[in-house]
Design a protein around this ligand. Structure first.
Ligand SMILES: *Cc1c(COP(=O)(O)O)cnc(C)c1O
Length: 413
């Protein structure tokens, strides 16, 4: 039992306030929030000196291997508000064959497919739903490409909160089904994720749904931040040289960047940062275009299409936060084609026995491309994010059959 520690006790938390990601304006903690008064994402701030005095690496090492081990840097104040489905730490796997084939740089993959509901969306939504429970929120709504909706449905149902979820009409069947089975009212909409987002915003105005859209709710970032905390702890409190992150709304990239700053402030790491690489699909690459043009905000990408549904986000409200992290880190943004994604997925599955999701495979394809064009060197240790289990996606059929009533040529099998 991983999650039994202090289940009935209250514990101190170090949240002091929330801050507008654009203007820095303070907003009060302990009341529900969506966007800041300036209409931008809110970031949760902590008394990091207080955390520094309380938390040690030794204390942390004794805690259960799950996301709640970082409680001092998380927003949930009361243990009884935690709505858990078992958010275990995810393994960091190496791809030794790929790295020797490509010429030597160490490749590590953080395999987020092991989380509840099969994707790293669980990290964000476990936090958002636990906070919603603390605030007494009764009805949450969300636009989704699939994985976020599944995680919201699961945690909200567990907490007894109603959910209404909208996805683009071509969302994979498995995602729509899991969302429905896990207790949500789910609708396919003839549009893209931002079109679904408009319906949620309208429902919020008309009937008071809580809008759980990416970055329109401040606690999903805090959950996603634990990827950065975990990664650094797993590397013995070191950062890797480069992180390749499949970027849709950018919650994880923004969250990890925040995590590294907080870890430095509490004295757990120094000032070295990984270079953050935002990976997108060439059929939907608004961040790459904005990065290349040197601008702070990204314009909507029209006619978005890619097999990597999780990163099919034509417009992200946290665009400036993504671009800022990428630039401050000395990283870059890069797009890969669906063909390269499919080829990478196939290559890693066949040779390493590791079935990545298309978004995860996009990071591998982007790494290959960056090595080839010299943007990443062979001496650098890289971390790729496999953000969901490959089993959630449509897989190619195998048509080979065997007739057991005929003679079998065993040597040919
Ligand atoms: C949501 C999602 C992403 C993008 O994550 P963000 O942090 O929102 O940018 C990537 N891959 C998968 C599988 C996802 O579900």
């Amino acid at each position: 039992m991983l999650y039994n520690e202090n289940l009935t006790t209250e514990r101190p938390t170090f949240v002091t306030h929330l801050e507008c990601g654009a203007t820095g304006e303070r907003h009060a903690a302990d009341v529900p929030h969506n966007l800041s008064r300036a209409g931008k994402p809110l970031l949760v701030r902590y008394d990091l000196d207080g955390v520094r005095r309380t938390l040690t690496k030794e204390k942390l090492a004794l805690r259960p291997p799950d996301l709640w081990r970082y409680r001092e840097l998380l927003p949930v104040r009361r243990v009884r508000d935690i709505v858990s489905l078992g958010e275990a730490m995810t393994p960091l796997l190496s791809l030794p064959k790929m790295s020797s084939k490509l010429g030597g740089g160490e490749i590590l993959v953080k395999d987020e497919g092991r989380l509840p509901t099969g994707s790293f969306k669980a990290r964000g939504l476990v936090m958002a739903v636990s906070m919603a429970k603390a605030f007494g929120i009764k009805h949450m709504a969300m636009p989704t490409n699939g994985n976020a909706g599944a995680a919201l449905a699961a945690y909200a149902s567990r907490a007894g909160i109603k959910t209404t979820i909208f996805c683009p009409e071509d969302t994979p069947e498995v995602n729509v089904s899991e969302i429905g089975l896990q207790g949500a009212k789910v609708y396919r909409v003839n549009g893209l994720i931002d079109d679904c987002g408009k319906i949620v915003a309208e429902g919020k105005e008309r009937v008071g749904w809580f809008d759980t859209s990416t970055l329109k709710e401040p606690y999903r970032i805090e959950g996603k931040k634990t990827m950065g905390l975990e990664l650094v702890e797993q590397l013995g409190w070191n950062v890797p040289d480069v992180i390749f992150y499949p970027t849709g709304g950018g919650t994880g990239l923004i969250g990890m960047w925040k995590a590294f700053a907080e870890l430095e402030a509490i004295g757990f790491i120094g000032s070295k940062r990984p270079r953050m690489v935002a990976v997108q699909a060439s059929g939907c690459a608004p961040m790459v275009r904005a990065y290349d043009e040197g601008v702070e905000h990204a314009v909507r990408w029209e006619d978005s299409h890619t097999i990597a549904a999780g990163i099919r986000v034509p417009q992200a409200i946290g665009d400036f936060l993504i671009l800022r992290a990428v630039r401050e880190s000395g990283g870059f943004a890069i797009a890969v084609s669906d063909e390269a994604i499919a080829a990478g997925l196939e290559e890693v599955a066949r040779e390493e026995g590791f079935l990545m999701c298309p978004e995860g495979a996009a990071t591998y394809a982007a790494y290959k491309l960056s090595l080839a064009d010299g943007r990443v060197s062979h001496a650098e240790r890289v971390v790729l994010f496999n953000c969901a289990t490959g089993l959630k996606y449509p897989l190619p059929p195998i048509r080979r059959t065997l007739d057991r009533h005929k003679p079998i040529d065993y040597a040919a099998l």
